[in-house]
Design a protein around this ligand. Structure first.
Ligand code: KIV
Ligand code: ZN
Length: 519
């Protein structure tokens, strides 16, 4: 193995790059930094922080993460072209351990229809730009895109050439999630048999979940010699997503009988809160029955199971909630807790806010504590997240009033602020939420199609914060967001305004992003 001990499986997190390509997920600069900080606390080995050529915003996020997040290697993605590599090298340069991750498609279908290049041209381009990138950055990774559908002899040839040209890591992507485990494991085994210089690089894998096999394929690859896995928190990523980091890590840890002494460096007790943070900031909810981090992952409903657990935990539980840091909603603060206790507790949760953000969050905390008897960790996470979601939102909710009832026509009055401008309007709807959303649209001049509306209580109790998660399509773009309040109509209004803000922000950065973003 080149840059990893033979028993160590390198965890390469691509939540901020492939994960951010999830339909509807888009993160602000501040949110990306916060996620990167939490990935470092989780102790991932590599953070792929973005695709610097894609937009000025991506470039800045990668650069600031490289400058400020300590511990992991910070990687940026680049196509095998000079402009991408130069931009990427500049973005990752401030990192103590920078990496350029180059990709170029190698399968026949991509060569013929997308790139219109022959095998020898692809090999030549890969070699030329790996060599070029290696002069700018000591750590180069190369991905033959759509590797799993590439002819085995050509894949072996390109892997050998990439290692010779200076790639320290060669990543084998199942780009379209087409492989099945024994087949994908065999791809890796064959590379070990046929590529003479393979020991000079770390073999990594990057599996998509189109057939629900991303985790299984990644682990089959590990069983056949791969020693790095590219994955994302909550399995986010293009289309059906990537392999879920939390599943890879917990499978390796829970089944040493199958994986021997293979380990990761992940602090598993931080998995649950990292999953929560990513879900809140991307606005993409985790399904309740999701393995490891879903709300039901440790909930035993059947009486027989509960009885078994009480007698001997292992009868029905193969991991503990403590293993992943999901050991209950901790009761933390109340009405009389001071600003110091508040900020101390946020720091203990790993949340870092600037002094003015702490003040704003504390103000919201005191308002909430007036309405709600007990404040839990999850409530605090929401207050903190409200400070990160939009550093300078275009629109903010100033006031709303709804009148509704079983015999009345639901009517809303809403006042929205945009800079110094305040606009008020009113509209009727099918229900109070519909009336409020229609009024918001009249004011901001948007016409969104509500694709998803989900509501759930953040913690326990009738006075719990209600969290509304929305997915809205504006023309060709889909955005998601969440907001919480003890009043669910207010939460709906705030979530909708947040979607509008995300859409407006994306419109500004879209032209450059569209040009460069990978499919
Ligand atoms: O899915 C894919 O092939 C990728 C590469 C850039 C690694 O995301
Ligand atoms: Zn991918």
């Amino acid at each position: 193995m080149a840059n990893s001990d033979k028993d160590r499986v390198v965890i390469f997190d691509t939540t901020l790059r492939d994960g951010e390509q999830s339909p509807g997920a888009s993160l602000t600069h501040r949110e990306k930094l916060e996620i990167a900080r939490h990935l470092a606390l989780l102790n991932v080995d590599v953070i792929e922080a973005g695709f610097p050529i894609a937009s000025q915003g991506d470039f800045k996020a990668v650069q600031e993460i490289a400058a400020s997040v300590k511990g992991p290697t910070i990687a940026g993605l680049a196509r095998c072209v000079k402009a991408d590599i130069d931009r990427c090298a500049e973005a990752v340069a401030p990192a103590a351990k920078p990496r350029i991750h180059l990709f170029l498609a190698t399968s026949a279908i991509h060569r013929q229809f997308k790139l219109k290049k022959a095998r020898n041209e692809i090999r030549k381009q890969a070699v030329e730009f790996i060599r070029y990138a290696a002069k700018l950055c000591p750590d180069i990774e190369f991905s033959p895109e759509d590797a799993s559908r590439t002819e085995p002899d050509f894949l072996a040839e390109i892997v050998e050439a990439a290692i010779d040209a200076g790639a320290r890591t060669v990543n084998i992507p199942d780009t379209v999630g087409y492989s099945v485990p024994n087949e994908f494991g065999a791809v890796i085994a064959r590379l070990y048999e046929t590529v003479p210089n393979i020991a000079a690089a770390t073999i990594s894998v990057h599996c998509h979940n189109d057939l629900g096999l991303a985790v299984a394929n990644s682990l089959a690859a590990v069983q056949n010699g791969a020693r790095a896995v590219e994955c994302t928190i909550n399995g986010l990523g293009e289309r059906a997503g990537n392999a879920a980091l939390e599943e890879i890590v917990m499978i390796l840890r829970t089944r040493p009988d199958q994986f021997g002494s293979l380990t990761t460096g992940i602090r598993t007790e931080r998995l649950f809160r990292t999953s929560h943070l990513v879900s809140r900031l991307t606005g993409l909810s985790v399904q309740r029955n999701k393995a490891i981090v879903g709300a039901n992952a440790f909930a035993h409903e059947s009486g027989v199971h509960q009885d078994g657990i009480l007698k001997q935990r292992e009868t029905y539980e193969i991991m503990t909630p403590q293993d992943i840091g999901a050991d209950g909603t901790e009761l933390v603060l109340g009405k009389h807790s001071g600003r110091h206790a508040f900020s101390h507790h946020l720091a203990k949760m790993g949340i870092r806010l600037k002094p003015d953000e702490i003040n704003a969050a504390y103000e919201r905390f005191t308002e909430l504590a007036d309405k709600k008897k007990f404040i839990y960790d999850d409530d605090l996470l929401i207050l903190a997240q409200e400070q990160m979601i939009e550093t300078s939102p275009v629109y903010t909710l100033d006031y709303f009033h709804v009148s509704t009832g079983s015999t009345a026509v639901p009517t809303a009055t809403v006042r929205i602020r945009k800079g110094r401008e305040v606009t008020q309007d009113a509209a009727c709807g099918d229900g109070p939420v519909d009336a409020v959303l229609k009024t918001i649209e009249r004011i901001v001049g948007a016409n969104g199609k509500l694709l998803d509306y989900a509501i759930q209580a953040v913690t326990v109790g009738k006075d719990a914060l209600g969290e509304v998660a929305l997915r809205v399509a504006f023309d060709e773009e889909t955005v998601s967001s969440k907001a919480a309040s003890t009043d669910i109509v207010e939460a709906s209004a705030k979530a909708y305004i947040s979607c509008v803000n995300r859409h407006v922000r994306n419109q500004v950065s879209k032209p450059a992003r569209r040009r460069a973003k990978k499919r």
